[in-house]
Design a protein. Structure first.
Length: 621
């Protein structure tokens, strides 16, 4: 035993001081990259994603730290192929890259409650005018992501003389550091997919479709590697199998219900359709007052006269607002990864603008954004088939609020555009001012909020929606003066949740608040239909989703359901025996659902993804 200990002592004495220093150069970024994965879990698992709870982060990732280590080693191993200062430059560069990538994951999670796909990261056109929103996703605690870089910089400075030597590249160490982690990572999928051994331990890690779970199991580094593979796999044209086709047919047979028409059938036949898609509008504040002021007085008044669905579930995915454009106009759910408008702008749809155009309508989509934002121009004029698409270049944009033209100026300029259309027309309009971070200028704030609430994002949200509500009222007044409103049906709906989607942690910090301020966990957007000819209003408790808007409106407009019943995934909410919706995380919301109902609803996310990717409605294929 004494001889063995002496041999170890002799071995370590033979290792030069410079070798230990170079080992430290490797270990600092290695530990730092692993810690960044733990920091990200602190953000994901914490009730307040803007703060850090390292114990919570560690407890949720501790079982998977060997995977964190393995993925970090793969990236760092290539530093062993460099000599001297080249190794320092590489290690700094890869550490900075992985730091920024993990910080992006944290920021994106705060905004969208998931981690981003490479499909989203590459869509840099969407960063136009989003500076305020991006900055609002940062936290003071994010400095923790850069601690190892600071330590590494100090370490290199004090050990700089050790890197003047130019030793040989550590080829054997590189091969060992690269391939051992790869073998460790590949052990489970090799057993699963090559040896078909489904009983292998940890098999569940490779059978999960939740990006946040993948980031937890394999670290942010591992998640993005797997996401690249998934994107590559899904980028290839998809061919529907016979099983897929049968599942689609089964869904349409299940959805079709032989229910007699009611009083809403064709009630707005031949009228113009005007859709007002309101940025970040949620149902929870409709009908609410604060300090004696109604937050949405215009919409409250319209609800008394119109048809109102407060229980519409948000169904957007990674395409956020653009996914709403897709669902309102096609009644299909967005693809599972990335933005549908970026990935499949020219897929074939039996869309609402195309159906209405064949019935004599003049369809137009009018966006206050640039057409490149979310690839709106290509998608809405391409596969969705709007005859005319207008974006910010068609407007005088001198009156700016937040990320673009003010809603007031936008609506004032939209009215003459609608006057020039042939009647009947279908106009799809979008608002912008109530986009986060809800920093409406002081001179436009009218609710006289308490200082604490006024300084909070929730107060900014109340003020922003109150402003937009007033501009909707102005828009309707202008349409009425031009005689357009007499022959129009108007739809008002939200594109997705707003303050509860992005700023729940800010609401939690309020010391004085009403119960209704809090997130109920129900991401509901309003769906309001107003037609001057309706004699009385009605509120429906029916649960629905954004894909239900298109068939509901076509029913009111008197379009024969044979033109769309076997192409829409949604159903007519004005004449349905079921109350349900499915969210894009696979959660089924509903009442009195049978096992068959749950089975069919559980399939449609996957089916819609396959239908879009395979260009299902293209008859020329």
């Amino acid at each position: 035993m004494h001889k063995i200990l002496n041999r170890f002592k002799d071995y370590f004495k033979s290792i030069s001081k410079h070798t230990y220093i170079k080992l430290g150069l490797f270990l600092i970024p290695l530990v730092g990259i692993i810690l960044k994965g733990i920091f990200l879990q602190s953000v994901i698992q914490n009730k307040d994603p803007y703060s850090f709870d390292l114990i919570l982060g560690f407890s949720n990732s501790s079982s998977f730290l060997l995977y964190y280590l393995a993925f970090a080693l793969i990236f760092l191993s290539f530093g062993l192929l460099f000599k001297g200062r080249g190794r320092i430059i590489y290690l700094f560069s890869i550490d900075i890259f992985l730091t920024l990538l993990t910080l992006l994951d944290a920021m994106y999670f705060r905004g969208f409650l998931t981690v981003p796909s490479v499909m989203i990261i590459t869509q840099t056109a969407n960063l136009d005018n989003l500076g305020g929103t991006v900055l609002s996703m940062l936290s003071f605690y994010d400095i923790l992501f850069f601690i190892d870089l600071i330590i590494l910089g100090i370490y290199v400075f004090f050990t700089r003389n050790s890197y003047k030597e130019t030793p040989k590249r550590a080829i054997r160490s590189f091969l060992l550091t690269l391939f051992l982690p790869i073998i460790f990572i590949a052990y489970v999928p090799f057993n699963l997919y090559i040896l078909n051994n489904e009983d292998v331990k940890n098999a569940y890690l490779f059978d999960d479709y939740d990006p946040t779970n993948t980031a937890k199991y394999f670290s942010p580094v591992g998640y993005h590697i797997m996401d690249l593979y998934t994107v590559y796999k899904n980028s290839r044209p998809y061919t529907l199998t016979n099983e897929d086709k049968n599942s689609i047919d089964d869904y349409y047979k299940w959805k079709e219900k032989d229910i007699p028409n009611n009083e809403y059938a064709s009630v707005s036949k031949g009228k113009n359709l005007i859709v007002i898609q309101v940025e970040s509008l949620e149902s929870f504040l409709i009908g609410k007052e604060i300090n004696g002021h109604k937050i949405t007085p215009v919409m409250d008044n319209l609800i008394e006269k119109g048809l109102y669905f407060p229980n519409i579930y948000e169904q957007v995915n990674e395409g956020t607002s653009s996914d709403t454009d897709l669902m309102i106009n096609t009644s299909l759910l967005p693809v599972k990864r990335g933005s549908t408008f970026f990935r499949y702008p020219n897929s074939t749809y039996n869309s609402m603008p195309l159906i209405l155009e064949t019935n004599g309508y003049d369809p137009i989509s009018i966006h206050p954004d640039k057409g490149s934002f979310w690839n709106y121009a290509n998608a809405l004029k391409g596969g969705i088939g709007f005859k005319t698409f207008l974006d910010s270049f068609a407007f005088d944009t001198s009156d700016q609020i937040g990320m673009g033209i003010s809603d007031k100026s936008y609506f004032e300029q939209v009215v003459p555009m609608l006057k020039d259309l042939d009647s009947p027309f279908y106009a799809h309009t979008i608002t912008l001012t109530s986009h986060g971070p809800f920093d409406l200028p002081d001179d436009l704030r009218k609710l006289s909020l308490a200082p604490e609430l006024d300084a909070n994002e929730l107060g900014g949200y109340f003020e922003s929606i109150h402003y937009t509500d007033a501009q909707i009222g102005l828009f309707l007044e202008l349409l009425d003066k031009e005689g357009i409103l007499d022959n129009s049906v108007v739809v008002i709906t939200g594109d997705h949740a707003g303050v509860h989607k992005y700023y729940n942690s800010s609401i939690d910090k309020l010391t004085v608040k009403e119960d209704w301020y809090d997130d109920t966990g129900e991401a509901n957007v309003p769906f309001l239909i107003y037609d001057k000819s309706l004699t009385s209003g009605k509120t429906f408790d029916t649960i629905g989703g954004q894909i239900d808007i298109m068939p509901t409106m076509l029913y009111m407009l008197g379009i024969d359901n044979s033109e769309y019943e076997n192409t829409v995934l949604g159903r007519n909410l004005l004449n349905t025996a079921k109350s349900y919706a499915i969210t894009t995380n696979g959660t089924i919301k509903g009442e009195n659902l049978t096992s068959e109902d749950n089975k069919q609803l559980g399939n449609i996310l996957q089916l819609s993804d396959k239908m879009i990717r395979s260009d299902y409605f293209n008859k020329d294929k």
